[in-house]
Design a protein around this ligand. Structure first.
Ligand code: CP3
Length: 318
C-alpha cells in the first residue's frame, strides 16, 4: 500500500537528500526502493515506487510533493483557460522513459514475484489540480464539475489520458497487474461519481484493456460506490478499512474479487488485538470469490517494520 516504504530505516537512509519526485524518476533508486519491502517482509507482490502525480510532472505540470503535506501545485487549475493551457501538455513515450526503465529493472530483479503498476484515477488527480494541493472536502473540484461541466469534462479527459499513459507504460515494461487509486472518490455522491467521474476512470483503465492484465480499483470512504467502481471495468475492487469485506462482497453481489482491508491504525495495537483483526479480515474475505490481503489504506510511517513482517507470516499461515 502507498508509502509502505516510509516505515523502513533502509528507505529513509536511501532518500536522504533526494526529493520525493526526483527519487521516483531515478530508475535505479526507484527500483531499489520497490524491492526493499519485498526482501524484508516476504510479501507476494511488489508495488512500484512512484506516485500518482508523477505523470503530471512528466507532462510538464509544476508539481512538488512536500513532506508531511502531499502533492502541491505551482498554481491551481480552475478556469476554462487554465484547463485549455493544461490540455496542451501531452505525455510522450520519451518523457515516460524513467518510469519504463525503473519498471523493467524492477521486474528483472523481482524474478517470479509479480509487480503491481499503478496510477491515480482522474478524479483524485483533478482534485489536486483544482485545489492546488491536499484538501479535506474537495469543494473547489466538486464545485467545478457542476458550475462548468464542459471545463470539468475537458480536465477529466486530459487527466485520464495522462494517467492512462503512465499505467500503460508500466504494464508494457513488465508490470503484471494495474491498480487505479481514486483516493478521494469517497468525497462524492453516487450520482456525481457515475455522472461526472466514472466515464473518465473507465477511459484510464481502457489504456491497459488490450494488454491482458488484471486491474484493481481502490478508493477510501467508497462503501457507497463499490459497484460503480467495479462497473468502470475493474477486475478487483479495493476496500478501505471502513466496511467489512463480507459486507463489501454482499454489495458487489458476491462475484467480485476483493483487496483489503487491514486497518492501518491497528498496526500499533498490542499483537493479540492486531492478530484477531487480521484473522477476522481473512475470514470475512472468504465470502468473496478471491481476496488479496493488504491494508485498508497506507502504512503509517511510525509502524514497526517487525509488525508488518509478522502480519505477512500470519496471513501466509492462514
Ligand atoms: O507504498 C509505496 O511506496 C508505493 C508507491 C506509492 C506512493 N504513493 C509513494 C509515496 C503509491 C501507490 C502512492 C499513491 C498515492 N500517492 C496516492 C493514492 C493512494 C492513497 O494513499 O490514497 C495518493 C493520494 C498520493 C499522493 C501523496 N503522495 C500523498 C498524499 C503523500 C503523503 C505526503 C506525506 O508526506 O504525508 C505522498 C508522498 C509519498 N508517495 C510518499 C511515498 C513513499 C512519502 C514520501 C516520503 O515522505 O518519503
Amino acid at each position: 500500500m502507498r508509502q509502505a516504504g516510509r516505515s523502513l530505516p533502509e528507505y529513509r537512509a536511501l532518500r536522504v537528500g533526494t526529493a520525493m519526485l526526483d527519487a521516483c524518476l531515478d530508475p535505479a533508486l526507484a527500483s531499489e526502493i520497490t524491492l526493499q519491502p519485498v526482501r524484508r517482509h516476504g510479501v507476494d507482490a511488489a508495488i512500484f515506487f512512484s506516485d500518482i502525480v508523477v505523470p503530471l510532472r512528466l507532462a510538464g505540470v509544476d508539481v512538488e510533493i512536500k513532506p508531511g503535506v502531499g502533492p502541491v501545485m505551482g498554481a491551481p487549475v480552475r478556469t476554462a483557460d487554465d484547463v485549455a493551457r493544461l490540455a496542451e501538455l501531452t505525455l510522450s513515450d520519451e518523457a515516460l522513459a524513467p518510469v519504463t526503465e525503473g519498471v523493467a529493472r524492477t521486474v528483472a530483479e523481482l524474478g517470479s514475484t509479480p509487480l503491481i503498476g499503478f496510477a491515480g484515477a482522474p478524479f483524485t488527480l483533478a482534485a489536486y489540480l483544482v485545489e492546488g494541493g491536499p484538501s479535506r472536502d474537495h469543494l473547489a473540484a466538486r464545485g467545478l464539475m457542476h458550475s462548468d461541466p464542459s471545463t470539468w469534462r475537458a480536465l477529466m479527459t486530459w487527466a485520464a489520458d495522462v494517467t492512462g499513459a503512465f499505467l500503460r507504460a508500466q504494464v508494457l515494461a513488465g508490470a503484471s497487474a494495474a491498480q487505479l487509486f481514486d483516493s478521494w472518490a469517497g468525497a462524492l455522491s453516487l450520482a456525481d461519481y457515475t455522472g461526472h467521474v466514472a466515464p473518465s476512470s473507465e477511459r484510464a483503465l481502457d489504456a491497459v484493456r488490450d494488454l491482458g492484465v488484471r486491474t484493481v480499483h481502490f478508493g477510501t470512504g467508497t462503501g457507497e460506490l463499490l459497484a460503480a467502481m467495479r462497473d468502470v471495468g475493474a477486475d478487483v475492487v479495493g476496500v478501505d478499512y471502513r466496511i467489512p469485506l463480507d459486507e463489501a462482497s454482499r454489495r458487489l453481489g458476491g462475484t467480485t474479487p476483493l483487496q483489503g482491508n487491514i486497518d492501518p491504525a491497528l498496526l500499533a495495537a498490542p499483537w493479540p488485538v492486531l492478530e484477531a483483526h487480521v484473522r477476522d479480515v481473512v475470514q470475512r474475505g472468504r465470502s468473496a470469490p478471491a481476496h488479496v490481503v493488504n491494508l485498508g489504506h497506507g502504512v503509517p510511517p511510525s509502524t514497526d517494520p517487525a509488525v508488518l513482517t509478522r502480519v505477512v507470516e500470519l496471513v501466509h499461515s492462514l
